[in-house]
Design a protein around this ligand. Structure first.
Ligand SMILES: Cc1cc2nc3c(=O)[nH]c(=O)nc-3n(C[C@H](O)[C@H](O)[C@H](O)COP(=O)(O)OP(=O)(O)OC[C@H]3O[C@@H](n4cnc5c(N)ncnc54)[C@H](O)[C@@H]3O)c2cc1C
Length: 353
């Protein structure tokens, strides 16, 4: 008999958070990860925002997901004595006519807590170009994702729950009692493979729509702001004159390589509101695992019992993963049923072909 009940493949945000949720429920698991095989979490800016800027609407289940995420990361900080979660406000640089839309929205129930239209931006040093003013989104947060992943990794090593290595799908045997991988038995198996799920023989028919993203780390010596500045791109202050500038969206090039056009796009967008001196310190790229219907996917394979997927976190993995990881851990413990909105069974037809 194996000492582990669950095998998790992949230690991005999905695998890490599921691992923590299983630990909290005292369910023994082994996590197998090949670092760098695909990268998304490792380059994420870490922003959590329940509002969809483009339409100024609350996203799918977003307030609940946001609150659960804050609670999860706060608890994790307390357990690990690391400071990883930071409260932040986002100053949106408004376009022509946008203020009217923001004013209307701020009157609606549920929005008043988030939107503030009294921010003048006069304290930004040096001034940022905003001829139509700012709309402020208050009380958002960002997570130091790199620090979070590193802390989880240390904990899993310490608990003997992590092995570094590549999971080879053709070495897996489905048995009557579960799964066998390299002489180890598991009752359940969860694939948290990020965008590499497109190669997974049991789930590859799902309608994945991965999106490449690029991000710059900048040193901006003269800009003083405690706010995230946002207009087409976001500029997130991370301390000591350092900023993250992101992000691009590309559905065609799915390499992990940063590109010159990506860098130029980000710097050109920054120039529309900030023209001061900027030094590029680092340039990173990753592939966001996303689904065609823009919902995450978490649940059991409709045919192969005990086999699960946790994927499709898109551009909002930091906010989505804690609640979904909690749901999935309960499901593995047998105390929750499938959630139809995120179940892989919503694509039943694709998986049974
Ligand atoms: C530039 C950029 C900026 C972003 N900014 C934000 C942001 O501000 N806020 C936000 O919420 N989200 C952001 N995201 C999105 C966020 O990164 C994703 O939602 C999330 O990280 C996806 O996590 P994941 O665990 O599903 O996938 P991944 O992070 O890709 O993790 C998958 C893991 O599985 C491993 N793996 C895969 N196959 C195998 C195998 N066969 N064997 C062993 N290991 C395997 C991979 O190596 C990797 O470690 C951003 C993404 C990008 C690219």
């Amino acid at each position: 008999m194996s000492q582990y009940k669950v095998l998790i493949v992949g230690q991005g945000l999905a695998g890490s958070i599921l691992a923590i949720q299983l630990s909290r429920r005292k369910i023994p698991f082994l996590l197998l990860d090949k670092p760098g095989y695909t990268v998304s979490s490792g380059v994420a800016a870490g922003m959590m925002n329940p509002i969809v800027f483009r339409y100024l609407t609350l996203g799918w289940r977003s307030v609940n997901l946001f609150n659960q995420a804050i609670g999860f990361y706060r608890d994790f900080e307390a357990e690990s004595t690391r400071n990883l979660l930071h409260q932040v406000d986002v100053a949106r640089i408004l376009g022509e006519g946008e203020r009217i839309q923001w004013e209307k929205k701020s009157q609606l129930p549920g929005f008043g807590n988030w939107i503030d239209l009294n921010f003048s931006g006069k304290d930004l040093m040096p001034p940022v170009e905003a001829p139509h003013g700012f709309g402020l989104l208050r009380n958002l947060a960002w997570l130091d994702v790199e620090g979070f992943l590193h802390t989880v990794r240390e904990k899993l090593y310490h608990d003997n729950s992590l092995i570094e290595g590549f999971f080879s799908h053709d070495k897996l045997r489905c048995t009557v009692s579960g799964f066998e991988y390299e002489q180890q038995q598991f009752d359940q198996l969860v694939f948290c493979e990020g965008h590499r799920a497109i190669d997974n023989p049991w789930f590859k028919e799902l309608p994945f729509r991965p999106v490449k993203g690029e991000l710059l780390r900048l040193f901006i010596p003269k800009l003083r702001t405690g706010f995230v500045l946002s207009k087409d791109v976001f500029l997130l202050p991370i301390g000591d004159g350092m900023f993250k500038l992101g992000a691009t969206f590309d559905w065609n090039d799915l390499s992990n390589e940063p590109t010159m056009p990506g860098k130029r796009y980000l710097l050109d967008k920054l120039q529309t509101f900030y023209k001061g001196e900027v030094k590029v310190v680092d340039h990173q790229a990753g592939i966001r695992p996303a689904m065609a219907d823009r919902r995450p996917v978490a649940g059991e394979h409709p045919v192969i019992k005990g086999m699960y997927i946790f994927n499709g976190l898109g551009a909002k993995g930091v906010m989505l993963a804690p609640a979904i990881g909690s749901f999935l851990a309960d499901k593995l413990a047998g105390i929750s049923t499938e959630d139809d909105e995120i179940s892989p069974s919503r694509f039943d037809h694709d998986l049974r072909l």
